[in-house]
Structure formats: structure tokens, C-alpha cells
Ligand binder design. Structure first.
Ligand SMILES: CC(C)(COP(=O)(O)OP(=O)(O)OC[C@H]1O[C@@H](n2cnc3c(N)ncnc32)[C@H](O)[C@@H]1OP(=O)(O)O)[C@@H](O)C(=O)NCCC(=O)NCCS
Length: 151
């Protein structure tokens, strides 16, 4: 199977964000805060702050099969280094467990090797067992636990 990443042109932003309700409904189930993600506010906040963001379609044999949203930042204080954070990653339910997610991450890693990116990160909600397994299989190691509480 040929899995490629294609930049999402602005003319396809509506189609891109149309997947957010299903994506966030799935992630909300893993969120220990159990506060549903406010999709409309989330989309507006993304569009207001596009600096360093890259939106990509995952295509498998030319068929749209998921999406990735990456954010590029400097590795403070080593600001000459770039860190690519995978902010959102979604394989459509009917395309799962056939290696598309793995191939998409491998394509992303190859792209960032070529660009000289220092580190590629992915955040996972604590209870998202499938994602933990998925990223671990791809060689991603846990290097931080983020803790939080209400003040
Ligand atoms: C997690 C996700 C991206 C996996 O995509 P995928 O295309 O199905 O992944 P692959 O087919 O490449 O799976 C690779 C390996 O990951 C692990 N994996 C994938 N889905 C899994 C699941 N539901 N349960 C347990 N392990 C899983 C397995 O080890 C799998 O290998 P195997 O199929 O040989 O057992 C997809 O299920 C998804 O989009 N989930 C909802 C959104 C999400 O959680 N995104 C990640 C946010 S950090």
C-alpha cells in the first residue's frame, strides 16, 4: 500500500475540520477531565494561530484515510533546533489496523529527517491505550509525564 502525506490546501480546511467532531468524541472518552472538547472554539483558535502549523491528509493508495496536524517550535533555549509536535493524529475508523497509521508516521519521520528536525513528539491522553501501544511500536519513548489539577 502506498501511504502519502498531502498538505491540506486552504480550500479543503472545511473538509479537514469536518472530521473534528468524530475525532474529538473518540478522544474525549480517554480524557480524565471528562470535559468535552469545544470543537467550534478549538477550530477558531487553530485558525487564529496558524504560525508553525502544518495540516496534512493521510492518503492510502490515493484514498483519504486520515489526517495529521503538526506544530513546529524552537527547542528553547537551543533555538536553532526544531521540534515537531504531532498535535492531532487520526486514521478514519474504517481504515484502521491495516498499517496506514504506521506508514503515515514513517513518512512523517522521513520528511523530518530530510528537513533536519531535531525531535518529533506526540502527546497521548493517559487513558488512550491504543495510542500508547501505537506510538511505542513506532519507537516513541515516554520522556515526560504531565500532571495537572484544578487550583
Ligand atoms: C491510534 C491510531 C492512529 C492507529 O492507527 P492505525 O492505522 O489503525 O494503526 P496501525 O494499523 O499502523 O497499527 C500499528 C500498531 O499499533 C497498535 N494498535 C493500533 N490500534 C490499536 C488498538 N486499537 N489497540 C491496541 N493496539 C493498537 C498495534 O500494535 C498495531 O499493530 P498490529 O495491528 O500489528 O497489532 C488510530 O486507531 C486512531 O486514529 N485512533 C483514534 C485517534 C487517536 O487516538 N489518535 C492518537 C492521538 S495521540
Amino acid at each position: 500500500m502506498d501511504v502519502t502525506l498531502r498538505p491540506v490546501p486552504e480550500s479543503e480546511y472545511d473538509a479537514f475540520f469536518a472530521h473534528f467532531p468524530a475525532y474529538h468524541a473518540e478522544l474525549d472518552a480517554y480524557d480524565p477531565r471528562r470535559e468535552p472538547y469545544d470543537i467550534q472554539r478549538g477550530i477558531e483558535a487553530i485558525l487564529d494561530d496558524m504560525d508553525g502549523r502544518e495540516l496534512l491528509w493521510i492518503e492510502a493508495d490515493g484514498r483519504r484515510s486520515g489526517f495529521v496536524m503538526v506544530r513546529l517550535d524552537s527547542d528553547w533555549p537551543d533555538i536553532e533546533r526544531t521540534i515537531a509536535s504531532i498535535a492531532e493524529f487520526y486514521v478514519f475508523p474504517d481504515a484502521r489496523r491495516s498499517g496506514i497509521g504506521t506508514a503515515a508516521v514513517e513518512a512523517l519521520l522521513a520528511q523530518h529527517r530530510a528537513r533536519g528536525t531535531y525531535l518529533v513528539e506526540a502527546s497521548i491522553l493517559r487513558d488512550n491505550g491504543p495510542a500508547k501501544e501505537f506510538w511505542a511500536r513506532l519507537g516513541f519513548e515516554v520522556h515526560l509525564f504531565q500532571t495537572a489539577r484544578r487550583p
